[in-house]
Design a protein around this ligand. Structure first.
Ligand code: PMP
Length: 305
């Protein structure tokens, strides 16, 4: 468990990092958040934050959409995160959760003229998807939030009711997770992760205009597939029934990492086990995030120690 937090501009014991029930964001979901993994590399005795700058750039974009003004740059947020982890003395895999939110006690529903605040905690963390080697999923009856309702490309706290509805529906029905469609009926993503499909040796993922969160892991997977595995990557809309005919499917995200999907709506995907392209990408991804590939370590991994 976390022992400290960054809260109201300073490092405090986690017990002191509490908000009042009148807080605007608690009442209306008017906050944004991020999720960044730290990977412990036992050989190098180093903890690497994966693509922390990119995560904080997206975080600040989310802030912009919600008229949240923070007095920090992405670089300063990375430095604060490193400092907090040092105080925690973590030498294990962890998960960083930055939050920016409307901290006022106002009843008015609005975004402008409200006090904003920033908070951060970091916890030890393992798997998010328990069956990363083979998840069985359903297509959710819930549709993905729309850009003109709650912007899906922002990581807005209130919008995660949508993710939670999809996830619980799936798990309570006996599945591991859900795939969520847009209002038009195209594939958007998983409950809280992006999705890739393999058909005839081509890696395919929905475009950013399909109400996806613009995932950092999605970008990572596309780059690794093209550069390291020489795989063609296509970004185009995906129909629901294409999922059933896919050779391979996988989820990706900071939490999900690279997780094979082996069944959709009771139809086995490919052979009904993790496919060869998913397996290669997954192995490469774990090498990269742990800082074992020098070229990507320099670009994407921030050492804490
Ligand atoms: N979609 C949603 C809804 C998410 O919450 C996340 C983050 N967990 C993702 C996709 C994946 O984004 P990233 O790769 O940047 O973590």
């Amino acid at each position: 468990m976390a022992k400290f937090a960054f809260f109201k501009g300073e490092f405090v014991p986690i017990e002191q990092a509490n908000v009042n029930i009148r807080t605007h964001a608690f009442n209306y979901g008017t906050g944004v958040f991020g999720g960044i993994r730290g990977y412990w590399n036992a050989d190098a005795r180093q903890l690497y934050l994966f693509r922390a700058h990119d995560h904080y750039r997206r975080f600040l974009h989310s802030c912009r959409m919600l008229l949240i003004n923070l007095p920090y740059t992405a670089e300063e947020l990375v430095r604060l995160t490193v400092e907090l982890i040092r105080r925690e003395e973590y030498r294990e895999d962890c998960y960083c959760r930055p939050l920016a939110y409307k901290a006022d006690a106002a009843i008015d529903v609005r975004l402008h003229d409200l006090a904003d605040d920033f908070a951060l905690f970091v916890e030890p963390f393992g798997r998010y998807i328990k069956k990363e080697e083979g998840a069985r999923v359903m297509v959710s009856s819930w549709r993905r939030v729309d850009d003109n309702a709650i912007p899906a490309r922002g990581k807005v706290t209130g919008a995660y009711v949508n993710s939670a509805l999809a996830k619980s529906e799936a798990v309570l029905a006996g599945f591991d997770d859900a795939i969520v469609l847009t209002h038009e009926g195209h594939v958007s993503e998983g409950s809280a992760m992006n999705l890739f499909m393999v058909r005839d040796g081509v890696l395919i993922t929905p475009p950013v205009t399909e109400n996806i969160l613009e995932g950092i892991t999605r970008r990572t997977v596309m780059e690794l597939a093209r550069r390291e595995l020489d795989l063609p990557v296509e970004v185009r809309p995906i129909d629901r029934t294409e999922l059933y005919l896919a050779d391979e499917l996988f989820f990706c995200g900071t939490g999900a990492q690279v997780a094979a999907v082996i069944e959709v709506d009771h139809r086995p995907i490919g052979e009904g086990t993790m496919g060869p392209i998913t397996r290669r990408l997954r192995a490469l991804y774990f090498d990269v995030v742990r800082g074992n590939v020098p070229a990507y370590r320099e670009r994407w991994c921030t050492p804490v120690w």
